[in-house]
Design a binder for this molecule. Structure first.
Ligand SMILES: [Zn+2]
Length: 142
């Protein structure tokens, strides 16, 4: 870990010395450990994965946190969820199948109400292609 506490012994001036011994800020920790892991808010350091406050002053606390079972389990789960997103082909296939089975024209996916319904209620629903793209991609397969 990075330590930004630098003391110059040759400096007689106490004021100068205090200035160099700066407490590390949460933003620096974010840079150090990665923006995908932490974020700084309200002068504090938060773990993105756990949504938990982590003491940023001591580097050891942060590394300890990253090593806890609780954190790694959550991190693994997140990774898993991330790979299942965005919109899976299965979702699109099933959607097309459902539309066709119900004799609903595929153009209806472009309907604004339909689209907002899918975005809100389907996992990855925001990534469903427009009707013409759906037709090209999937109708030939069925
Ligand atoms: Zn965590």
């Amino acid at each position: 870990c990075l330590r930004i506490i630098v003391v110059f012994p040759f400096m007689a001036n106490n004021k100068q010395r205090n200035k160099t011994a700066v407490n590390i800020g949460p933003e620096q920790r974010v840079k150090e450990f990665g923006q995908d892991k932490f974020y700084a808010e309200g002068g504090l350091l938060w773990c993105k994965t756990c949504n938990e406050l982590v003491d940023h002053v001591r580097c050891q606390t942060i590394t300890d946190h990253l090593g806890t079972k609780k954190h790694t389990e959550r991190a693994n789960k997140r990774q898993h969820e991330a790979t299942n997103n965005p919109t899976s082909n299965t979702l699109v296939m099933e959607l097309v199948e459902a539309f066709m089975a119900a004799n609903i024209p595929l153009e209806k996916v472009d309907n604004p109400t339909m689209r907002s319904f899918m975005q809100k209620n389907l996992k990855g629903g925001g990534g469903i292609p427009q009707a013409n793209a759906l037709g090209e991609l999937y109708v030939t397969k069925i």
